[in-house]
Each structure stands twice: as structure tokens, then as C-alpha cells.
Design a binder for this molecule. Structure first.
Ligand code: NAD
Ligand code: GLY
Length: 378
């Protein structure tokens, strides 16, 4: 039972001996020691977090909970932001862990958003050839997507998420209450990943979001809980059937091929958040689907209307896109992990809720969509 009397939801990610649970509930952080203890090899952890999460009071809550469960801990606090997900911080964290005398039974706890979760996952995969880690996601994006599924990565100067491993956590603990301290823009960016699940294969959920998305973003606890549960359930289902993205897991990349190119061109400096890039990328993917004859309806417009209604960008209007060209954006796409033998892979859709994977998409129509979005930016 959680602090507000609601039950703790437990979902399973079914991966044989690497299976784990996702716990979801309001106020779970205050009980984190007791909830995490069963998956620890020894009662000692290193918590990795960022300064904003500390300032919001969540580290203190976690530390109190760990102490109450007699779990020894040390803490590494990093600077917030996408720039933290790089080789320099990876080296710093691993160096700090080794200097502090970590052993193979020590677990890492990632307390933060996707940046902290992804970086901690890489640290866990590499340190002493692999130690356990627990995800305690504190952003909406991390609670519905990045903390589940074991994709860990850092960025390099060549692009985003290019170095990493599939490395599953031992537990995901999603306290929906910590989202109360999240800045609205970050909440909206995470909401783009929520919408993504509806567009992939849950048209009823998309319709539910059209009715309840604004309330969810305004803080409606029941709407948040329902959305997080629905997304984690969908992600657990997809990951359990395709852990290393040999097939259907690629659907989760909807909007990401366009989105990553926009992020690369913007420079990862906070001008465009990952979720915002995904929001624009999903509209572009539906537009491309339409131009290729796959999506004859007006679903791109329907998606755009919902993103507008929830404060998310759906085009380039808010971007500083001076000097951008279709060729530059295409060049970023060619470096994307999903590009093989120079052939572009996109997640396209026949309609909202009916996405599919298309390999070898011709560059001409992609360039046309990029040009269309560049010229429409006013
Ligand atoms: P983030 O980790 O940068 O967090 C966003 C901001 O919110 C940061 O400033 C952070 O300090 C702050 N913050 C976090 N929790 C807070 C809280 N409760 N209260 C106040 N402030 C808080 O960004 P994100 O959107 O969570 O994650 C984006 C990253 O996730 C990207 O690097 C992306 O590539 C990655 N990602 C990974 C996967 C995956 O499967 N591994 C999936 C999607 C995205
Ligand atoms: N966020 C995409 C994935 O986990 O596969």
C-alpha cells in the first residue's frame, strides 16, 4: 500500500534469469530501502543522481529509506543535462566507484531521469565486468520508457546513444509522486513518449489521451498512474518478446530517426529536449507515411492537434533552425544506429495505432518531408 492508500502495482519484464519487476505507486521512494533490499546481493549501494534531483529533495528521501533498511550507501551527484551522458562522466563515475572500493556485490541505484539512468546502466555494465543496478526513474520519460528494457548508452561527438549495451536492471521503482517537482516542460517532453505508445499500437489509449492528457499534465494523479501503468505494461510486453531489438522492439523508435537528427542539429544543449524531438519526429513519420501512400487518412493532423493541445511542438516553428537544410538533417540520419548499409529504416504507420517497420526507405521522400517542415517554419 502506498502513502495515499493506493496499491503498489507490480509488472513483470519476462527475460528468463534476467527477469525483473517494475513497481509503480505514489510515495514509493520513502519505502525504497525495503522494496529494493530483496534484489540486492549485499546491503550496500552507490546512488548516482543529478543536482536537480537532489535539490528537489528526492535524494534525501531515498537516503533516509536506505538507512531505515540498513543498506549502506554512498552517493555520486552529477551535473544535470544531456551533456552528462558522455565518456568524461562515465570515466569519472567509474573512477569514483573504484576508488571508493566497490565490489561485485555492490549495486548501483540510478536516481534520476533518462540521462542518469542511461549513464548508470553503462557504468553497471562495465564496472568489474558487470554489477547489478536498480532504476529509480524521476522523470515521466524515464518512468514510461528509458528505465525499462535495459538499453543503456552514452553520446559521442558522432551522435546520440552510440556507445552502450543491453543491460537489464534488477528492479524498476517508479514513484509517481516525484513527478510533482518536475518542471512542466520536462513533463510535457516525457508525455511525448506516452503518446508514442498510443500511436504505435494502442489506438484506444491514444483516444483516452486525447480526453485525459491535459489533466494528466496538470497533475491528476489517477490519470498519471493509469498512463504510466499502460506504458510500462506495453514496454514490458515488447521488451519481453524482443530484448535486443531484432524485430518488433524497433517500433519503440517511432519518431526517433527524424527526432535524433533534430537533436543532433540543435546540439543537445537544452534547445530541444529529447521528448520534444520525438513529438516533432512522430508528426514527420506520419507525414512521411502519408506521402509514401501508407497512411491515407488525416492522422498526422490528428496527432498534431493533440500535441498542440498538450503544449508540445509538432513542427519547426519553435526551433532556431537558421541554416538547417534537408541535406544536413539527412546526413545525421545516415549516422543513426538504425541505418544499415546506407539504407534508412523508419517506423511508419497506416494509421494512429497501426505502426510498422520499413527498411530501405528512399531518401527522396524523406528529403521532401524535411524540406516541407523547413519551409513551413514561418
Ligand atoms: P533528464 O534525465 O535530463 O531529466 C530532465 C531534467 O529533469 C533534468 O534537468 C533533471 O535534472 C531533472 N529532473 C529529473 N527528475 C526530476 C524531478 N523529479 N524533479 C525535478 N527535476 C528533475 O532527461 P529525461 O527526459 O528523463 O531523459 C532523456 C534521456 O533519456 C535522453 O538522453 C535519451 O536519449 C534517454 N532515453 C533513453 C531511453 C532508453 O531506452 N534507455 C529511452 C528514451 C530516452
Ligand atoms: N526507447 C526505445 C527502446 O527502449 O527500445
Amino acid at each position: 500500500m502506498t502513502t495515499d492508500g493506493t496499491t503498489i502495482e507490480r509488472l513483470g519484464v519476462d527475460l528468463g534469469d534476467r527477469s525483473y519487476d517494475i513497481l509503480i505507486g505514489n510515495g514509493l521512494l520513502a519505502d525504497a530501502g525495503r522494496l529494493i533490499a530483496p534484489v540486492l546481493r549485499a546491503p550496500r549501494v552507490a546512488v548516482i543522481t543529478d543536482q536537480n534531483v537532489v535539490d528537489a529533495g528526492h535524494l534525501a528521501t531515498l537516503e533516509t529509506a536506505l538507512a531505515a533498511a540498513d543498506i549502506a550507501f554512498r552517493t555520486i551527484i552529477l551535473e544535470p543535462g544531456e551533456q552528462t551522458k558522455d565518456f568524461a562522466h562515465l570515466e569519472r563515475v567509474i573512477g569514483d566507484l573504484l576508488a571508493g572500493g566497490i565490489d561485485r556485490k555492490t549495486s548501483l541505484i540510478a536516481l534520476g531521469g533518462g540521462v542518469i539512468g542511461d549513464l548508470t546502466g553503462v557504468c553497471a555494465a562495465l564496472t568489474l565486468r558487470g554489477i547489478d543496478f536498480v532504476q529509480v526513474p524521476t522523470t515521466l520519460l524515464a518512468q514510461v520508457d528509458s528505465s525499462v528494457g535495459g538499453k543503456t548508452a552514452i553520446n559521442t561527438t558522432q551522435g546520440k546513444n552510440l556507445v552502450g549495451a543491453f543491460y537489464q536492471p534488477r528492479l524498476v521503482l517508479a514513484d509517481t509522486g516525484v513527478l510533482d517537482t518536475l518542471p512542466v516542460r520536462e513533463l510535457q517532453a516525457g508525455y511525448a513518449e506516452v503518446v508514442k505508445y498510443g500511436v504505435i499500437d494502442m489506438p484506444d489509449f491514444f483516444e483516452w489521451l486525447e480526453g485525459n492528457g491535459p489533466a494528466l499534465l496538470a497533475g491528476d494523479a489517477a490519470a498519471r498512474r493509469h498512463a504510466i501503468l499502460t506504458c510500462c505494461d506495453a514496454k514490458a510486453r515488447i521488451v519481453s518478446s524482443d530484448e535486443t531489438e531484432q524485430g518488433q522492439r524497433a517500433l519503440l523508435n517511432l519518431g526517433h530517426t527524424f527526432g535524433h537528427a533534430l537533436e543532433a542539429e540543435t546540439g543537445y544543449g537544452g534547445g530541444l529536449l529529447h521528448g520534444e524531438a520525438v513529438a516533432i519526429g512522430m508528426v514527420m513519420a506520419l507525414t512521411l507515411s502519408n506521402r509514401l501512400g501508407h497512411c491515407p487518412g488525416n492522422d498526422a493532423a490528428r496527432l498534431r492537434a493533440h500535441l498542440d493541445a498538450t503544449g508540445l511542438p509538432a513542427d519547426f516553428t519553435r526551433l532556431n533552425a537558421d541554416g538547417w537544410t534537408a541535406d544536413r538533417l539527412l546526413a545525421h540520419m545516415m549516422k543513426d544506429k538504425k541505418t544499415e548499409d546506407g539504407k534508412l529504416t523508419f517506423i511508419l504507420a497506416r494509421a494512429i495505432g497501426a505502426a510498422f517497420i520499413e527498411h530501405d526507405v528512399p531518401t527522396g521522400p524523406v528529403a521532401d518531408v524535411l524540406t516541407e517542415f523547413l519551409s513551413a517554419r514561418g
